[in-house]
Design a protein around this ligand. Structure first.
Ligand SMILES: Cc1ncc(COP(=O)(O)O)c(C=O)c1O
Length: 406
């Protein structure tokens, strides 16, 4: 006889499979050993013996393979060893961590910073520690799962405003005595940007903190990754696993906030510190991205090329100006089929399905990076155009035909 949990697991997996929502990992490997040209050639990987151009990574500046950063990690490991060996309040906090925190503060104008091993734990720690059942928190409808999980754990009352709607946010702020308003700089699944200056003015007016998850904006988005950020944003969460190409995250804010988190954030206190080698790497990546503005320029050119080719081919994008370019297909199974057809042509794009995005808005999430070559972007759009006409139109027609028969 099966145990209760075996039965539950089997039933849930079966339901997900039926809905086309089962998630599975794919084992990828590198096409060739890292070499000095690796950061300038299109991002590729090998899956089951075949090479693919990667249009689904958040390595927006192509830094994950930059030889200088490979060297920085190597040097960090030689200097500090490969692990921190303890939680930060025991013996896991070093001068490598402090140097990174200081660099991030210099860059953004915030007083203090606290490092975490991931953006997910930075967000949950921040929410769980800062808020309790006495707080009312207002958040954009599309904020990341880590924020929602942290808020749920905190016991705070959560009010959601319509995505990027100042009117909707203002209505909530006027109605409730709110502790904080939370949004993202660049939304991870839609690629659009929050109106940070306007939200900041609104928060000032209502004496409410503005908290911004800057995971997809940091190091790529102009505007508040500079010394003015702290003037607009009370708490900024930056991650190192996206545009910086490495791993980890930081919460940036006032000294009082960071001291409070050091004393109270369980994810920080009871977890092995980010390795000093990774802190040294993130510092090198931060400095590298600042010293190489041409990478941001190249990314902008690649985004513009992709959008122009899609416009010419009538591929209906969502209208994002960032590296994240969603193409809504709607149906989860159809989205998977389009992604699979693209893979058959050597192009790998993300197929994003509920619950990551709302039901009925399954989409391809195509991401551009500074490392993509123009030919690969052209090939991507050409294949996309063909696949959409071959797969989506016939399937839609089939569905309509079925509807007509009812
Ligand atoms: C908006 C946003 N915030 C936070 C995170 C979590 O960051 P990390 O990948 O470093 O855990 C992600 C990653 O998917 C994200 O998209």
């Amino acid at each position: 006889m099966s145990s209760l949990l075996e039965t539950k697991i089997a039933a849930r997996q079966h339901a997900l499979r039926e809905q086309g929502l089962l998630r599975q990992r794919k084992v990828l490997s590198v096409e060739h050993a890292l070499n000095t040209n690796a950061s300038t050639s299109s991002p590729r990987f090998v899956f089951e013996g075949r090479a693919y151009v990667n249009f689904s990574s958040n390595d927006y500046l192509g830094l994950s393979r930059a030889p200088e950063l490979v060297e920085a990690l190597h040097l960090g490991a030689q200097t500090y060893g490969v692990g921190s060996g303890a939680s930060p309040l025991v013996t896991g906090y070093s001068d490598a961590h402090l140097a990174l925190e200081r660099e991030l503060c210099d860059l953004t104008g915030h007083e203090a910073a606290l490092l975490f091993c991931s953006g997910f734990s930075a967000n949950t720690a921040l929410m769980k520690t800062l808020f309790d059942q006495h707080d009312i928190v207002v958040a954009d409808k599309l904020v990341h799962a880590s924020i929602i999980d942290g808020l749920q754990d905190s016991g705070a009352q959560l009010k959601r405003f319509l995505h990027n709607s100042l009117e909707s946010a203002e209505r909530l702020l006027a109605r409730h005595q709110t502790s904080a308003l939370i949004t993202e700089s660049v939304f991870s699944m839609d690629g659009d940007c929050a109106p940070i200056s306007e939200l900041s003015a609104l928060c000032r007016q209502h004496h409410t903190w503005l908290i911004v998850d800057d995971a997809h904006g940091f190091a790529v988005l102009d505007g508040y990754n500079n010394a003015d950020a702290a003037k607009l944003i009370d708490v900024q969460v930056v991650t190192f696993g996206k545009a910086l190409g490495c791993q980890g995250a930081a919460v940036l804010g006032s000294q009082a906030l960071i001291d409070f988190l050091v004393s109270n954030a369980r994810e920080y206190i009871y977890s092995t510190a980010l390795s000093p080698a990774n802190a040294a790497l993130a510092l090198a990546a931060t400095q590298y991205s600042t010293a190489h503005p041409e990478l941001q320029q190249k990314l902008l050119e690649n985004i513009a090329l992709f959008k122009q080719l899609c416009r010419e081919a009538n591929v209906p994008l969502l209208g994002s100006d960032t590296a994240i370019q969603p193409l809504i297909i709607g149906d989860a199974r159809q989205t998977l089929q389009v992604a699979e057809e693209l893979r058959a042509a050597g192009i790998w794009v993300g197929a994003i399905r509920p619950p990551t995005v709302p039901v009925g808005s399954a989409r391809l999430r195509i991401t551009l990076t500074a490392a993509h070559a123009a030919e690969d972007i052209m090939a991507c759009v050409a294949q996309l155009t063909q696949v959409l006409s071959r797969v989506v139109v016939p399937l839609v027609t089939e569905r309509q035909a079925a509807d007509d028969h009812r």
